[in-house]
Design a protein around this ligand. Structure first.
Ligand code: ATP
Ligand code: MG
Length: 431
């Protein structure tokens, strides 16, 4: 026998039980972005490599170590997208969507990063991305935060997520801060781990994000970026805090929140949970006013967030938010000569009458006992039974497999559909 080929490490399959959950979550996400009047864009998974180098920054972890980059057959360097913002900006520029226009956009799909796989961290993972272009006030920052909060509300997990907030100021303010931070950290190099020492010369602000406890202690004493804020940054940051407070959205200020990608300025935020261990950031975002220009457009203010679907679904699972997986709500079984056609026709009619129900028609015959077993195994609430009597009476027999005991009910099919529809709690019945 040949050895079976396994999936690429860190690129998990989603099996039927998983996709059922994903679909539930995805439909809530769609509803929420729809509620805010955002429009979907669908973007390619592959982009030209220089797009990411220019957008994300050459000295970030993502570009230095995590991208899947290869030459295609014509020798051009392409990369699987590690995030969605760069591609979204590229798309907007290419199609002139940013010319004197505001855009409120969203997308979802897989992203690819060559990281060490562990719970909540994969090499192929999925994000919901939200990006807004052409608006520069704190009101739109508050809006996308409110949008993310609506998602937690509709999923009933608001209590498990805390909002952390910071401002990264302007490029000039960061440059001034960078100098004072480097001076401070250089004077205390003995407390820095290897990673932080390397970053001292390449990307010192990222040291603020260090998980090393010794570095953490040292940073307590470090100068603060906010000491370098000018009046415009202050106004924006305070304006945002006032709006959030007014909207009843609680937040914690975290002066060490810097985020992984280079392109952010002013507002940055993360929604963090304590229920997922080290991979606790479910959603992160902020303002990136310089990016559009950096990618060859006019100067257009922009703000957005990325929400990790795997982490969100892990959290929902931990909190016990998912109902048990059922393959079908109604399982149609039958016995007798020529019953196959009656089964298929009854199933078809039920699909018409109960468009929200999952109706599985038993195929392959066999004893009633065996067919009931199948019905039970697939989690169906009802068995719909067709035998010689039912065919003769132009009726069906229904049996509630979950709480009906031995009770069976013979009814004309439309009546049976009504009874089952009520028990299943289906809305949008076709009658
Ligand atoms: P982290 O600090 O956890 O590495 P990040 O700052 O690299 O996250 P972003 O680039 O901001 O993450 O992506 C936004 C969201 O996408 C994250 O908050 C997280 O929920 C999710 N995410 C990022 N990388 C991964 C990954 N490798 N596997 C699963 N989800 C991820
Ligand atoms: Mg990362």
């Amino acid at each position: 026998m040949k050895e079976a080929i396994q999936a690429v490490r860190g690129m998990p399959d989603l099996l039927p039980e998983d996709t059922a959950r994903w679909q539930q979550v995805e439909s809530v996400l769609r509803e929420c972005v729809g509620s805010f009047g955002y429009s979907e864009v669908r973007l390619p998974l592959l982009e030209k490599t220089p797009l990411f180098n220019r957008a994300i920054g050459e000295v970030t972890d993502v570009v230095e170590k995590e991208m899947y980059t290869f030459e295609d057959r014509s020798g051009e360097s392409l990369s699987l997208r590690p995030e969605g913002t760069a591609g979204c900006v590229r798309c907007c520029l290419q199609h002139g969507l940013l010319h004197n226009q505001e855009q409120r956009l969203w997308y979802t799909g897989p992203m690819f990063r060559h990281e060490r796989p562990q719970q909540g961290r994969y090499r192929q993972f999925h994000q919901l991305g939200v990006e807004v272009f052409g608006l520069n006030g704190p009101d739109i920052d508050a809006e996308i935060i409110a949008l993310s909060q609506l998602i937690w509300q509709r999923l009933k997990i608001t209590d498990s997520l805390q909002l952390q907030l910071n401002s990264l100021g302007s490029a000039q303010e960061r440059a001034a801060y960078r100098q004072s931070l480097v001076e401070f950290l250089s004077a205390h190099q003995e407390f820095l781990d290897e990673d932080s020492r390397r970053r001292l010369n390449t990307n010192p602000l990222r040291i603020l994000d260090s998980k090393d406890p010794k570095v953490g202690e040292l940073l307590q004493e470090a100068p603060l970026l906010s000491d370098h804020f000018g009046s415009e940054t202050r106004r924006h940051f305070e304006g945002l805090q006032d709006l959030l407070t007014g909207l009843g959205i609680a937040f914690t200020l975290n002066p060490r929140l810097v985020r992984g990608l280079d392109y952010y300025n002013l507002t940055v935020f993360e929604w963090v949970t304590h229920d997922l261990g080290a991979q606790g950031t479910v959603c992160g975002g902020g303002r990136y006013d310089g990016l559009v220009e950096q990618l060859g457009g006019e100067s257009v203010p922009a703000v957005g967030f990325g929400l990790g679907l795997e982490r969100l679904i892990l959290l929902l699972d931990k909190l016990g938010c998912f109902t048990p997986y059922v393959q079908a709500d109604i399982y149609v079984i039958g016995s007798g000569a020529g019953v196959e056609l009656h089964q298929a026709a009854a199933a078809a009619k039920l699909r018409e009458l109960l468009p929200g129900a999952k109706i599985l028609n038993h195929c392959g015959g066999g004893s009633f006992k065996r067919q009931f077993k199948r019905a039970d195994k697939c989690g169906a609430t009802f068995a719909v039974i067709l035998g010689d009597n039912e065919i003769a009476h132009n009726s069906v027999t229904i049996k509630n497999l979950r709480e009906g005991g031995d009770e069976q009910l013979e009814l004309p099919l439309p009546e049976a559909a009504k009874v089952m529809g009520r028990t299943l709690g289906l809305s949008g019945l076709a009658f």
